[in-house]
Every structure is written in structure tokens, then in C-alpha cells.
Design a protein around this ligand. Structure first.
Ligand SMILES: Cc1ncc(C[n+]2csc(CCOP(=O)(O)OP(=O)(O)O)c2C)c(N)n1
Ligand SMILES: [Mg+2]
Length: 418
């Protein structure tokens, strides 16, 4: 099994796609900044987590998925939701527990999904539990004859849970098409990585399960995207699960309540100089793929979208009190009597036979109108405005030493994109 490395492939992106990556990172940051302001006005219900400085990971990895693929976000993956097509208004209303939110105000943060169209599994807070769940999604896709890939994320702290290891072992033994992105942002609450894991590279955890792994500079969106793209292609081709360790830094505290004054100032300063959006903007400006006018136009677009969706969320009502118990408990036989239907012989469920056309459809599972094989993200500005409402589902580590971090120039740099 090869050791951890970054993908050696070249990024094959058009200019528009390079700009998409920029747009979605900006959107990710602005959505979160808007919510920080709303939090300070006491308008957010529950906790608010920030992915400041980690936007390249959520955006670069989700951008490597196709529409038919599935993802389950963690707390710092709002960028991945945006790339998959969730409009900012759903994120605002959800965090404000409004009746217009995907869960009709029944849950907060990113605890919502969309099984039918966008293929998003609703996360819960148990760290690591999404790994076996997404392994199951990948296996279900194979069972149905769909060539889908499942992606989820985990933190450095979450990679020490038992279910991380059980889940990865299950995925490896089942050869599931799972891409697991490990965001090593140096901290889990106030615990630095070196105090909880005796490894320099968390990607080495993959060795225990005999699976492929990569290490990427999590602040370089082109490197993240290129590596994720290779991982997704390999998983889709039946090569089994893949672990990507993205090295980065959590620039804010664990959540809004945490000033994170335990973080050494020199570590913070090191990473602040490597802001993923500022670095990428410089990259685009130097190559002439973005100019002042283009940036202004994009800014106007972003501001208009955010203003409209924030206002929509602020003006939305809270849920009626009498609906509090509705949709919470099982009320009918459709839930109690759910039975598996083992309609295909076992050898059809394993590669290569599993790559045939699906033989039947399970309502609500990957059959929605957004289930095609096109690129997952909508191009910037194309986020649907009047999309049908989603059905409610039911010792600190220092900066990397010179020569130690596996990084390289982003592929495709210096080349004129298509
Ligand atoms: C199984 C489990 N244990 C503990 C928690 C409480 N908890 C929530 S976030 C967190 C820290 C996570 O750190 P890390 O995995 O590094 O992710 P980060 O916050 O840095 O993105 C903890 C301990 C939880 N949600 N689930
Ligand atoms: Mg962490």
C-alpha cells in the first residue's frame, strides 16, 4: 500500500471552475461572518462554529464530487453544503431555528439533510459516527448499482474515537467507495494534537486498515481539490476507501463562547499569514484570471445574495408551538414494518457486477431530480433561488517544520486554463 502523499495529477480546471473555487470560499466565509453578527445580536439558536481559515478544505473536497455523490458534513463544513447546492437561506434559517428552515425549526446548526435531491445525510453531533453511516451509504449505492462515492469529514480529535477506527475498518473490509477527509486543524477544544496522538501525520492511521491515504496543505484549495478529485475517482473505480489528511489551523475558538487564548500567538501568526482565500486570490490575480472588475462583480453578487437570504431568515416566523411534537415520533406502520428487500444475488453486490444499472428504485434514496452525474456544484451565482423546500429529514504543535510538511506547488499553475 503506498504511503501518504499528495496527488501527482494536474488540476484540469477551466477558468470558470477556478473562479468557482474562489466564489465558494468567499461565500463560505461571508455566510459565517454574517452568522457571527447574527449570533452577537442573539439571533442564533444554539452554538455557532467557525471554519475561518479552513474554507479551502470544505470547498476543494466537495467540488470534487458529482451530483449523484453523497456527503455528510461536520460542524466546520458549511462550505461543502454550499458547493453541493444548499442556498445560504437554508443555513441562516436553520441556525435561527425558523419555521422556513429545512427542519422547520426543530433542530439547529448543520443538523439537516436532503436525501432526495442534493444527497446530503443529516449529521448528528457524535464525532466519528458519520464514518460507518457513510460507509453504509456507499455500500447501499453499490447494492443499487449506482456508481456513487460517499464523502465525510472528521477532526484531529475525532480521529481518536473508537467509531473512527471501527468505521474505517468496516469501509476497508467492504471496499466501500468512501472518501474520508481528516481536518487536522491542530486543536480539539483546547487540546493540541501532540497531547492526544503520538503521530506526526494522522494520515498514518490509514496504514492500520491497509487503505490509501494522502496528505495535503489544507490552505491550498487547488491542491485540496486535485487530491480529492483523484481520491473520488479511485473510490468510484472500486479501489476502496481513501483517507485524506488536510493540515490546517482552527483560527477561532471551538465555538463562539471560546476566546482560544490557549493558542500560542506565534502559531496563530504563522497560519494567519497563510490565509487560504488571500493566497488563492493572489494566485488568480497574478495569472490574470481575476481582475479588480471581476472581483467587484463577484462581491456585488455575494452581497446581494447574502442580504436577501439574511433578510428572508430574519423575517421568517418561528415554528408554531403546536407542531413541536409533530414529525418527531414514529406514528405509522411505514416505519415499524420497514423490511429489507434482498432481491439481488450476492455476487451482483460486489465489484465488478455491482456497476450495472439499478434494478429498482427506493423512494427518496438517490432518485431526485439532482441525481445526475454532472459536476456537483452549481456554478457561482447559480444557487437556486426558488428551490422547492427541503423535506424535513426526519503542548501545542507549532507550525510545520521546514521540509516536513508534504506540500507542493498546486498542479496546473502557470498553465493557461481552458
Ligand atoms: C463522541 C463525541 N465525543 C465528544 C464530543 C464533544 N465534542 C464536540 S467537538 C469536540 C472537539 C472536536 O475536535 P476535532 O475533532 O479536532 O474537531 P474541530 O473542532 O477541531 O474541528 C468534542 C470533544 C462529541 N461531539 N462526540
Ligand atoms: Mg481539530
Amino acid at each position: 500500500m503506498p504511503g501518504s502523499k499528495t496527488s501527482q495529477k494536474k488540476a484540469a480546471l477551466s477558468r470558470r471552475e477556478y473562479l468557482d473555487l474562489y466564489y465558494y470560499m468567499r461565500l463560505n466565509r461571508e455566510v459565517e461572518e454574517t452568522m457571527t453578527r447574527l449570533f452577537r445580536q442573539n439571533k442564533i439558536v444554539g452554538g455557532l462554529y467557525s471554519s475561518l481559515g479552513q474554507e479551502a478544505i470544505s470547498v476543494g473536497t466537495a467540488y470534487a464530487l458529482e451530483k449523484r455523490d453523497w456527503l455528510a458534513p461536520m460542524i466546520r463544513n458549511i462550505g461543502a453544503l454550499l458547493v453541493k447546492g444548499v442556498p445560504p437561506r437554508d443555513i441562516f434559517t436553520q441556525h435561527m431555528a425558523k419555521y422556513t428552515s429545512p427542519t422547520r425549526g426543530k433542530d439547529g446548526t448543520s443538523h439537516f439533510g436532503d436525501l432526495d435531491n442534493l444527497h446530503i445525510i443529516s449529521p448528528i453531533s457524535m464525532l466519528g459516527d458519520l464514518i460507518p453511516v457513510m460507509t453504509g451509504v456507499a455500500m447501499a449505492g453499490r447494492y443499487l448499482g449506482q456508481k456513487i462515492v460517499a464523502m465525510t469529514w472528521i477532526g484531529d480529535g475525532g480521529s481518536s474515537t473508537g467509531v473512527f477506527h471501527e468505521g474505517l475498518n468496516l469501509a476497508a473490509s467492504q471496499n466501500a467507495a468512501l472518501v474520508l477527509v481528516l481536518e487536522n486543524n491542530q486543536w480539539a477544544y483546547s487540546t493540541p494534537v501532540a497531547r492526544q496522538v503520538p503521530l506526526e501525520n494522522l494520515a498514518d492511521r490509514a496504514k492500520a486498515y491497509g487503505i490509501r491515504s494522502y496528505i495535503v496543505d489544507g490552505n491550498d484549495v487547488v491542491e485540496v481539490y486535485t487530491t480529492a478529485k483523484e481520491a473520488v475517482e479511485r473510490a468510484r473505480a472500486g479501489e476502496g476507501p481513501i483517507l485524506i489528511e488536510a493540515k490546517t489551523f482552527r483560527r477561532r475558538g471551538h465555538a463562539q463562547h471560546d476566546p482560544a487564548d490557549y493558542v500560542p500567538p506565534q502559531q496563530r501568526a504563522y497560519w494567519e499569514k497563510r490565509d487560504p482565500i488571500a493566497q488563492y486570490e493572489k494566485f488568480l490575480l497574478e495569472r490574470g484570471w481575476l481582475d479588480r472588475k471581476g472581483r467587484e462583480e463577484m462581491e456585488e453578487k455575494l452581497n446581494a445574495l447574502l442580504e436577501r437570504d439574511r433578510e428572508f431568515a430574519e423575517n421568517s416566523p418561528l415554528p408554531p408551538a403546536e407542531l413541536a411534537s409533530e414529525g418527531v415520533y414514529c406514528t405509522g406502520p411505514e416505519c415499524h414494518d420497514l423490511q429489507p428487500r434482498w432481491e439481488r444475488p450476492i455476487d451482483e453486490l460486489l465489484p465488478p457486477k455491482c456497476s450495472v444499472q439499478p434494478v429498482w428504485a427506493v423512494p427518496g434514496f438517490g432518485r431526485g431530480r439532482s441525481s445526475g452525474s454532472g459536476r456537483a456544484p452549481l456554478h457561482f451565482g447559480d444557487t437556486p433561488e426558488n428551490r422547492e423546500k427541503v423535506v424535513p429529514a426526519a503542548e501545542p504543535t507549532g507550525p510545520p517544520e521546514k521540509g516536513k510538511t508534504v506540500s507542493r506547488k498546486a498542479p496546473g499553475r502557470g498553465k493557461v486554463p481552458r
